[in-house]
Write a protein that binds this ligand. Sequence first.
Ligand SMILES: [Zn+2]
Length: 381
Amino acid sequence: MRYLSANSIFNGKEFLKEGAILVLDENDHFVEITDPSKVESSSIEHHKGTITPGFVNAHCHLELSHMHQMIPEKKGFLDFAKNIMSRRNSATLEQMIEAATQADLQMQQNGIVAVGDISNIDLTFEVKKQSKIFYHTFIELLGLDPAKTVPMLYYGIGLVNKLKALDLSGSLAPHAPYSCSTKLIKAIADENAKTNSPTSIHNQESEEENKFMRGEKSDFNDLYDFLSLDISWFKPKFKSGLDAYIKELNSGKNILVHNTFSSEDDLRSVHANVFWCLCPSANLYIEDTLPNYDHLLKNTQQICFGTDSLASNSDLNLIKEAAIFYSKTGELELSLKGLTFNGAKALGLEDKFGSFIKGKNAGLNLITNDNKDLKLIKVLC
Ligand SMILES: [Zn+2]
């Protein structure tokens, strides 16, 4: 048995009372929380800092790891999207797999134990299979033309079956409202509901997205021109990007990613099962802005965090994302819950990760919050 104490212990949902002792078995599986009077003091390992469960990264794109430092910062979403599309195949397959392998190792060193990772193809499946991290893969689908829904769905289900054959977890995810028809979004949500799996969608990452979905001229018209795609038939008349699809999502688990330009009306229009995944570093990298956290907190506590990819972030360090949120809001408990339990719950993994679970090793991190700055000190197990 191992007996651990620290200046404070956060169990994924709240701080434990002072002096609590965390008991692990010889395989580092959680046994119980006890109090010091029941343990011989010489057998207690004391740690300076706060102990938390392992972190859960609710949004990443391992597949884009080779694009680290390739795209200039703060040039706006249109420039970023054009760069992703035109340069994502600029490396060899071996280089892409090596970059994904290194990114996976980096996440392990940064105390991340589970990841909701977007894949468009099967490039990273083997990396995920070999990793110590638990991956839930979102097979991301695109298709603005409703007529393409069925073939697109079959393509996605084929990749989910490939994940299952490798004993990996996966479900489908629409890319974003400006790249997916509401028909495709509904079909994906219905497909995921059959297996009670989570759905993830990029939401309101730019104000241009809101304009485009209201039917106003926007950067997305330039993007479709750049792609030589005629979308003159597409006449959206929604109130916002989120308004285009929120009714198509069912009451299953749904993760909305970014939310940089979500209004209070948008925030109020969602049902209770939605998790708002925040990726502040990526928002600063691409749009040089952050969501309005005051509006967010007035309407929801269902917050988790994502690193996004190395194409839009200097590193895959989840506590850095929580630290930005914490520095802007002062919400310590919610920042830590977003790093752990909420991320796990958003991905439907709360029986395996995000808190101290009897008989399980959900990871254990030692962190500090000196001067209101959250940092990982070390991974304890
Ligand atoms: Zn993303």
